[in-house]
Design a protein around this ligand. Sequence first.
Ligand code: UDP
Ligand code: MG
Length: 320
Amino acid sequence: MNTEKDLVSLVVPCYNEQEVLPLFYQAICDLRQEWDGAEIEMIFVDDGSSDKTLDILRLLRRKDPTVRYISFSRNFGKEAAILAGLDAAKGTLVATIDADLQDPPSLLPEMVRLIREEGYDSVGTRRVTRKGEPPIRSFFARMFYKIINRMSKTEMVDGARDFRLMTRQVTDAVLSLREYNRYSKGLFGFVGFKTKWLEFENRQRAAGETKWSFWKLFLYAMDGIVAFSTAPLSIASWCGFLFVAIALIATAVIVIKTLVFGDPVGGWPSLACILFFIGGVQLFCLGIIGQYLSKTYLETKQRPIYIIKETEENSPRLRD
Ligand code: UDP
Ligand code: MG
């Protein structure tokens, strides 16, 4: 066990979170008062918010030097925000946590204990219920985890949140993955290490609104599949194989039928249907290849994953 106190860096992605930020900050301050197990530094990453998020962060920094912030030049997405925060974190333990208090900060002492006393390298959290979520969304979420776990070697835990605590070693491992198409749940699974899962009940955001529409979640799910599985690419081969087999059998049937019963011309509607069907399957498979190609294209450009406009170090002087 460490005798020195750990510095826990909290990485908090924030996109238009002006309503909830003061509540979050207060919750951390409360936690700090009753817990002397570790020091806490907060790293807020303003992901190109268009509301007063950045102003609030500047103010928080002014009154509390353990608050740090990074502000992006535009909205780069939550994954980029998490990466920027991890890059900046100085702690011996690093946690990622949402700003909306859906991830209870009160779990932190237990998470630190599990790492320091029980020898885990990281502690993840998952919600066991999806209470308060539209049923159709829960249904698709469950389906997604079933499918992706079949298709990918990297394990992804159903209901896993982006709220986790990890050692410096795990953080550095995650940081060594510099891919452009980032899918955190997969990245954390990919690096491995001994992980403990804590469970908690789903809760509503403390204030503000979710940034994820159903469509955005759907696209995110597709990104996850493309990033962590190449199984869809083999669909084309399997379809091709199947159709060749069907074609051979059909040819044999037609040849025999013609020899035995003569050759009555007919059947063009079925022919048209088959043509459409095969055409559709071909386009679908081409689309899958396109998905992978487009991701490869973006990776090869090696664009930066985020661009920083301001941090606590070049923060403008505030007028009183
Ligand atoms: N978030 C972000 N960039 C985005 C979208 C969301 O940094 O483009 C942050 C957001 O501020 C919050 C976290 O990601 O701290 C989770 O977002 P949200 O609560 O909207 O998602 P949900 O909990 O509904 O899945
Ligand atoms: Mg939320």
